[in-house]
Design a protein around this ligand. Structure first.
Ligand code: UDP
Length: 140
């Protein structure tokens, strides 16, 4: 399996509870390297653009409001099979369905405020990483 890069967001519910370090520890314990990271406040335009694929979904408006409600930490993670591995570490979207020991099982507050985002496929990662990072900000 090849070394991959994936895009991650630690969402506002997690920054509000000051648990970014705990989440980073789970990422690193899974063998993923954090090769870029910055704490930002997303603009409404950024959040709408980032989640454009969901714009017809009933939860879109609330999701955008949630994502701009506080700081987020955007990250690039690198490792063997990083995309699928991080999805495993995150757990299911709905924390009630998230496997024990996953980030969302441990920390998510609801299906919306579920603490983390991770790219779901190589094509998504390839779009999401440059949405927030210049190549020179990524140090592998
Ligand atoms: N979401 C929501 N309500 C839903 C489904 C999703 O608020 O019924 C939010 C949630 O924050 C989720 C994000 O929209 O993480 C993107 O949804 P997706 O289905 O892509 O889930 P993910 O890939 O994040 O697990």
């Amino acid at each position: 399996m090849a070394v991959q890069r994936t895009f991650s967001i630690i969402k506002p519910d997690a920054t509000a509870r000051n648990i970014t370090g705990k989440i980073n520890a789970m990422i690193e314990d899974a063998g993923l390297r954090i090769i870029a990271q910055k704490r930002i406040r997303m603009s409404r335009e950024q959040a709408e653009g980032f989640y454009a694929v969901h714009k017809e979904r009933p939860f879109f408006k609330d999701l955008v409001s949630f994502m701009i409600s506080g700081p987020v930490v955007v990250q690039v993670l690198e490792g063997e099979n990083a995309i699928a591995k991080y999805r495993e570490v995150m757990g299911a979207t709905n924390p009630e369905q998230a496997a024990e020991g996953t980030i969302r099982a441990r920390f998510a507050e609801s299906i919306e405020a579920n603490s983390v985002h991770g790219s779901d496929a190589p094509e998504t990662a390839a779009q999401e990483i440059p949405f927030f990072f210049k190549e020179e900000e990524i140090v592998g």
